[in-house]
Write a new protein. Structure first.
Ligand code: FES
Length: 144
């Protein structure tokens, strides 16, 4: 299992070269290195976690304001593909309503990332499924 990712590495040149050679776009690498939405929202309205078929785990916390996603953060115990996908999901849903968040799929995230290795596409799926699981739980709670 991959180690939990918390901070951006200090010397990124080697990492960039390695990920570029593996088939990651600059955009995906930027997300992986800067990790702009990594963490946890303490007073989140929505929270969920999920383990993928690879054994890696993600958690998401979401804060809502006036029916819109005001903030979201992921905790990722996973690979560069998983981290870049999770960060892209947050940029997609921030400021949007739940219907839009629900419409996010693997293709939407892939478009943002531009390119990641084919064998890492399931990592996008994990980020999306974690989001959808959280939204399902929230909707269920709202309708109870
Ligand atoms: Fe497990 Fe990427 S290999 S999330």
């Amino acid at each position: 299992m991959t180690q939990i990712q918390t901070a951006a590495p200090t010397d990124t040149r080697g990492v960039r070269e390695m990920l570029t050679a593996s088939g990651y776009s600059k955009k995906a690498i930027d997300y992986y290195i800067s990790k702009p939405h990594m963490g946890q929202i303490p007073d989140a309205d929505i929270a969920s976690e999920m383990t993928g078929s690879c054994g890696d785990t993600m958690g998401i916390t979401i804060k809502m304001e006036n029916g819109l996603v005001s903030d979201a953060k992921y905790q990722v115990m996973g690979c560069a593909g998983a981290i870049s996908a999770a960060m892209a999901v947050v940029d997609l849903i921030k400021g949007k309503d739940l219907d839009y968040a629900r419409s996010i799929n693997d293709g939407t995230v892939f478009q943002v990332l531009e390119e990641i290795p084919v064998k890492k596409h399931h990592c996008i799926q994990l980020a999306v499924k974690t989001l959808q699981k959280a939204l399902d739980a929230y909707q269920l709670r709202q309708s109870a």
